[in-house]
Design a protein around this ligand. Sequence first.
Ligand SMILES: NC(=O)c1ccc[n+]([C@@H]2O[C@H](COP(=O)([O-])OP(=O)(O)OC[C@H]3O[C@@H](n4cnc5c(N)ncnc54)[C@H](OP(=O)(O)O)[C@@H]3O)[C@@H](O)[C@H]2O)c1
Ligand SMILES: *[C@@H]1O[C@H](CO)[C@@H](O)[C@H](O)[C@H]1NC(C)=O
Ligand SMILES: *[C@@H]1O[C@H](CO)[C@@H](O)[C@H](O)[C@H]1NC(C)=O
Ligand SMILES: *[C@@H]1O[C@H](CO)[C@@H](O)[C@H](O)[C@H]1NC(C)=O
Ligand SMILES: *[C@@H]1O[C@H](CO)[C@@H](O)[C@H](O)[C@H]1NC(C)=O
Ligand SMILES: *[C@@H]1O[C@H](CO)[C@@H](O)[C@H](O)[C@H]1NC(C)=O
Length: 345
Amino acid sequence: MHMRLVSLLAVVTALSTACSADQIPIEPAKKDLSIPPIGLGLWNSKDKDAVAWQATKAVEYAFKAGYIHLDSAAAYSNEEYVGESLSASKAPSRKTYWVTSKLWNTAHQPKLVGKALNKTLSDLSIPYLDLYLMHWPVAFLPDQAPGRSVVDQDTTILDTWRALEDLVRQNLTRHIGVSNFSPRQLDEVLKNCDICPYAHEFETHPYLQQQEFVDWHRKNNITVIAYSPLANLNPTYKDKYPKIGSILDDPFWKKLAKKKNVTVAQAVLAWGMQRGTVVIPKSVHEKRIIENLGSVNLTFSKKEMKKILAHDKRARFNDPSDGWGVKLFEGLDDGTNRFFVAQDL
Ligand SMILES: NC(=O)c1ccc[n+]([C@@H]2O[C@H](COP(=O)([O-])OP(=O)(O)OC[C@H]3O[C@@H](n4cnc5c(N)ncnc54)[C@H](OP(=O)(O)O)[C@@H]3O)[C@@H](O)[C@H]2O)c1
Ligand SMILES: *[C@@H]1O[C@H](CO)[C@@H](O)[C@H](O)[C@H]1NC(C)=O
Ligand SMILES: *[C@@H]1O[C@H](CO)[C@@H](O)[C@H](O)[C@H]1NC(C)=O
Ligand SMILES: *[C@@H]1O[C@H](CO)[C@@H](O)[C@H](O)[C@H]1NC(C)=O
Ligand SMILES: *[C@@H]1O[C@H](CO)[C@@H](O)[C@H](O)[C@H]1NC(C)=O
Ligand SMILES: *[C@@H]1O[C@H](CO)[C@@H](O)[C@H](O)[C@H]1NC(C)=O
């Protein structure tokens, strides 16, 4: 039984310094492959002049470097370019690597869910996914003008979840999960699922640690996939909190990285893995793709983990609530809703 998350989060618990060193080496994958601790992110892996090669090359570099995990999504508009690498003659065999993709908001209506996954599989040129996520807990009406988002009030999270469960039964994806859910929204799925979420992908990094929320998932066997694991390096975040400079220039992280003889990116990613989250750094540059994977064997002491915990900024960089006219991330500790109390308490 899942302990009710909303209730649990309302309980003030001492922050643990989760230090169980889950440093899982990159091992040859098996058919029952569980999610590898680091993967390649693919959002923004394209640009107007070089759509084709950026995502294709990034995946090629990643395989060459030893990655066996890709984080894709229909909404990144580059899955066919990822697919070019997955179908190349030098590509590794399908069962040796993990692929996550995500269902976009316009395909939440149950009759659209299977079609959306098949489009993703066809673009990626693979027969099945390892993990298919509901990208956001928000349904949009399909068939709107490009760029226009209208919330579909009639399609619930559970309607969409039921359709996702069918995809597991059809062997089109090995696992299903959610992304960007609030505690209350996740609770709703957990109370009603036949096939329950394998993972929850959400924004978490040194500047938005949400350690309590992360620990809750671990206790309930739901893998946390940490998106934007390098905090504010994603260029689309640069205007959100302009006073927070690049984490690469943060004196705290520079000092720690120097002490460990690694780069700041490596230190930040190693911390993400050690606290029990899966990290999915994005880069299109071979040197950085290799550098990021170089974080896998680095560990911090309990004391270092404690210092990092104290360096949280509770800063959320990715929040489309206003643009979409919905309230996302209700009850989470990003500074806007820190004192959320469940209705049933
Ligand atoms: N589920 C969701 O709603 C959601 C939302 C956001 C992200 N995601 C997933 O999470 C992935 C990662 O998050 P993200 O792309 O937002 O941000 P990120 O991976 O934290 O940061 C990416 C940025 O950092 C740069 N970078 C990467 N490695 C570096 C290094 N070693 N040194 C210096 N700069 C480095 C990249 O530049 P270059 O590419 O130019 O090297 C890019 O601009 C995404 O790609 C996507 O797959 C999911
Ligand atoms: C998706 O593809 C699978 C395998 O080809 C097929 O069995 C299934 O009917 C398709 N689903 C839809 C909704 O088209
Ligand atoms: C899915 O795979 C399982 C195990 O290989 C098999 O028993 C089952 O018949 C498959 N289901 C479908 C719908 O293909
Ligand atoms: C999590 O998995 C462990 C090991 O399989 C199991 O003992 C435990 O009951 C599970 N916990 C929950 C909340 O499902
Ligand atoms: C620091 O790391 C560099 C690059 O990985 C390596 O060449 C060097 O020997 C390391 N220095 C120490 C003191 O470990
Ligand atoms: C990490 O350690 C393992 C086991 O010792 C080793 O095989 C691997 O090459 C190391 N990875 C990196 C990136 O240093």
